[in-house]
Design a protein around this ligand. Structure first.
Ligand code: ACO
Length: 430
């Protein structure tokens, strides 16, 4: 017999089934709660609410475990490429050699963006944040593929949108960067793979090709792979929520990009570098900033620390920290911000406030050091996160679309406003 949980309200007992995940996570299925008891639940920030069943990513924040389709993140970071990882997330299994070659080729074929779309860039101010541009452009892609924005696309059509999105997003990001520095766009090349092609569009100039450094390509590949999915985080939940109304994949991902932009989510990587620069420019007094973060009367937070789910070291941060050290060593760069980051981390990990709250460095703490070493400007950091998270968003949207029990996302509320109140004509209002 399946496990049941009993809830007693006014001496009446109600029973709810328990759903058990493959890693023995337990959830109480309260989908009949309101119908049977008249009650709803309140769960601020959805910290205890499972919004779906998913077979994509497993995460145990207490133990610091992260797996894509069952494969530990450490193995993925060591052996896989971004394109292969994307295939794994979207299709549920590692590709054969031919499947990988076809998938990779499709990104090259679909990399250029429509000439009309390039004109959009002319309308944005040079200083416009690239996340706003990216979100608008991704949503606009739907205008160029009217056949792909129907409410119920077939599996083949979802696959086509997935390729269009992943291929074009990196072109849009690179063009947004070129626009921000007032330089001409660089078109994608057919002979380059995903990450090198991005670096080429970012850093080549009309008469001067960017020289690929294998360590740079590898470091960027690792960072993208580590960002590829993270189960039901704020942006992925947004993608699912928007998609649950049968909005198209372009619109859903555009909304996910906006959610990611926030400084408490993917925007944190930009904030981390700005915080480290501030500490550095003010003489390196780490304790002053730690004290501010601990002060309950101050809203200031140490960016890059803490996580809703990880109550242990974020396994991605561990890998990124090592890669940041390796890359700077290989490139012969001495970045005072890396030294500062290490010192800050050491001080934080020893501090009782952070220990009690289990606040460890998250994925955003060291990623900026790598981007900076590659030459990517800080405003582009959240954009890099968006490129990396694209396969995870697509995989979650696809999974939701293909599930048979998906419903429109529509939470309830507890009303705390005025009770019944009469309309007062304007001349009688004070
Ligand atoms: N600095 C100082 N104190 C912190 C920090 C921080 N970075 N993060 C959490 N705390 C404190 C809170 O003030 C709170 O203290 P209290 O119990 O005395 O009130 C306690 O730790 C719990 O914090 P919550 O805000 O309840 O945790 P929540 O799970 O809601 O938020 C979040 C998680 C948003 C990541 C938070 O830790 C944070 O703001 N971190 C800084 C921003 C950041 O790095 N974001 C990137 C996260 S990773 C990602 O999205 C890719």
């Amino acid at each position: 017999m399946s496990e049941l949980v009993k809830l007693i309200i006014d001496e009446k007992t109600f029973e709810f089934p328990v759903i058990t995940g493959v890693e023995n996570e337990k959830a109480i299925d309260i989908s009949t709660l309101r119908k049977t008891t008249g009650y709803i639940t309140i769960d601020n920030g959805f910290a205890n609410t499972g919004s779906c069943k998913s077979a994509i990513t497993f995460l145990d924040g207490e133990k610091g475990i992260l797996r894509y389709r069952g494969i530990p993140i450490e193995q993925i970071a060591e052996y896989s490429t971004f394109v292969e990882t994307s295939y794994l997330l979207i299709y549920g299994q590692l590709p054969s050699e031919k499947q990988l070659a076809d998938f990779s080729k499709a990104f090259t074929l679909h990399a250029p963006i429509h000439n009309d779309m390039k004109k959009f860039f002319e309308g944005y101010p040079q200083s416009g944040h690239p996340m706003g541009i990216l979100s608008a452009m991704v949503c606009s892609l739907g205008a160029y593929y009217p056949e792909l924005i129907k409410p119920e696309p077939s599996t083949e059509e979802i696959d086509m949108i997935a390729v269009e999105l992943m291929a074009k997003v990196r072109t849009i990001c690179a063009h947004a960067y070129k626009k921000s520095i007032g330089k001409p766009f660089i078109e994608p090349r057919e002979d380059l793979q995903y990450v090198p092609n991005f670096l080429h569009m970012m850093f080549s100039e009309p008469n001067k090709d960017y020289i690929m450094i294998p360590e740079v390509v590898n470091a960027l590949r690792t960072v993208l792979v580590l960002h590829a999915d993270h189960e039901q985080n704020c942006s992925t939940s947004t993608v699912r929520m928007v998609g649950s109304s049968w909005a198209n994949l372009f619109a859903s991902i555009s909304a996910g990009i906006c959610a990611l932009w926030g400084p408490l989510h993917g925007g944190a990587n930009q904030e981390v570098i700005e915080m480290l620069e501030e500490i550095h420019n003010e003489g390196g007094d780490i304790q002053k900033f730690i004290n501010r973060a601990k002060d309950s009367n101050d809203t200031y937070r140490l960016m890059g620390f803490g996580h809703r789910v990880y109550k242990n070291y974020d396994p991605r941060a561990k890998i990124i920290k090592q890669r940041a050290h390796d890359l700077l060593k290989k490139l012969g760069i001495k970045d005072p911000l890396l030294d500062l980051a290490v010192t800050l981390e050491e001080a934080v990990l020893k501090d009782a406030y952070f220990q009690e709250r289990k606040l460890y460095p998250n994925v955003d703490f060291y990623s900026g050091i790598i981007y900076k070493a590659i030459g990517i400007p800080t405003t582009m950091f959240p954009v890099m996160f968006a490129i990396g998270r694209m396969p995870g968003w697509i995989a979650n949207w696809k999974e939701m679309k293909e599930s048979t029990d998906s419903r429109i996302g529509r939470p309830r509320q507890v009303y705390v406003g005025k009770k019944m109140n009469d309309y007062i004509p304007i001349e009688k209002r004070k």
